[in-house]
Design a protein around this ligand. Sequence first.
Ligand SMILES: [Zn+2]
Length: 330
Amino acid sequence: MNMRRFAITSFVGAVLLVLAPAASPHSNNLTLIGGAVHADRWPQSAQLVWNINPAHGPNIAGARPVEDVVQAAFDTWTSAPNAALNVTRGNDSAVTTFGMDGTNLICFVCHGDFDSEPETLAVTMTTVATEAGVPDGNGGTTQFAGQILDADIIFNSAHDFTVDGSAGGQDLQTVATHEIGHFFGLAHSAVVRAVMYPFAPPMQTRLSYDDVAAISVNYGKAAPDIPTVSIAGTVRFGGAGVFGAHVFADSTTSAEPFAAFNIRKSPIGAMTLPDGSYVISGVPADSYTVTAEPLDSPVVDSNLAGYAAAYGRSAMQTGFTTRWHYARKK
Ligand SMILES: [Zn+2]
């Protein structure tokens, strides 16, 4: 199966010894610092500014400006229910280089390292703080380990994109929406209908319940639009906790609690920790079946870059069969 995929790469600066409680594993890229796992995210209070270099080649077809496409993709996340994000577009940039430079760049003509991964559509690179209380490189001070300091989205100019839904290329807004999830620190999801699923559908610019859960767990509103709860438990096989199982809550009803927000109903997932425990957060009131499945295809270890390594494991456990763990009403 030849699937065109999104890629994720994280840059981490010098490794410093930091002792902090393990963060929730839910839906974030993770950074291992001094033996502790940190969820990558911006400070909730951050006023985020992105800058676009609108230059692009003929590989992006259609009349709609790329600036409008990227703005629409950011708006998709900032209008998500239960999430409070403060994001604005800054001045356009002519820069074609990226990294820890104080500019959160969106670029179509930057040279990303796609040579070894030609099927990759785009990549988001983040620079993450390794400790709190040190200079953040932008004139401020870091607040926590795992704090994102800089994020850049680089589109692969070797791929054909369209900006207006016409045939002949990958829909650009679909890819931008996915990459902006990474921009906010979200990891890939094994929920097939999620925007953060690692393989690109032809077009999907609306968030799913799984995406809403992920963004709202990280940047929650003080007064949520729709109340949510968490479902927690432990996956065991032969009595031992299973690490790296994909656990997801799937509604058993036709309820649409996020219908007013133009969100697609989907299961909401999480990964198990080394002891087999999991917490599925951001779950709206409904009835659910909770299923645990091995992450053995189509989403595999390498799609959740760094997850196993963050917990000191070489791989997730996949030597078990999919099973319905339990079901209960919420
Ligand atoms: Zn991705």
